[in-house]
Design a protein around this ligand. Structure first.
Ligand SMILES: [Ca+2]
Ligand SMILES: [Ca+2]
Length: 128
């Protein structure tokens, strides 16, 4: 009988070990880092087409991005995106609403005009 109990104790211990490894904070952190892309892009937003009017520079837009452009919401008409930080991309995804809401599209590199569908409509952005 004692041997039987010891066997069960061993099985329970191994099960607990497997479960604790499977749900450890380390594996959760790995999942998070897989969804967040490394690096960031250099973005300049312009009030008017052809890089005219007021402008605002964002030196490091990462994959978590900017949930709001603040005063710049619904103002942007042209964009320049550079891979100055070694991210391996020069693209951003922009959204029509704050907090990455509504429709979205991707712009890359030099964009002298965002187009009628997006002019004065962008409110949030993140690296693509
Ligand atoms: Ca504008
Ligand atoms: Ca908008």
């Amino acid at each position: 009988m004692k041997k039987y109990v010891e066997k069960w104790m061993t099985v329970c211990f191994i099960m607990a070990l497997i479960l604790s490894l499977g749900f450890s904070p380390v594996s959760a952190a790995n999942v998070t880092s897989n969804t967040k892309k490394a690096g960031c892009v250099d973005v300049t937003l312009y009030e008017h087409a052809n890089y005219e009017g007021e402008w605002r520079h964002y030196g490091c837009v990462d994959s978590e991005g900017y949930y709001s452009l603040g005063w710049w919401d619904n103002e942007v008409s042209s964009i320049i995106i550079n891979d100055f930080n070694g991210a391996g991309t020069n693209c951003i995804r922009v959204y029509e609403n704050q907090h990455y809401g509504g429709k979205s599209t991707v712009f890359c590199g030099e964009v002298p005009y965002v187009g009628d569908a997006w002019n004065d409509d962008i409110e949030s952005m993140r690296m693509e």
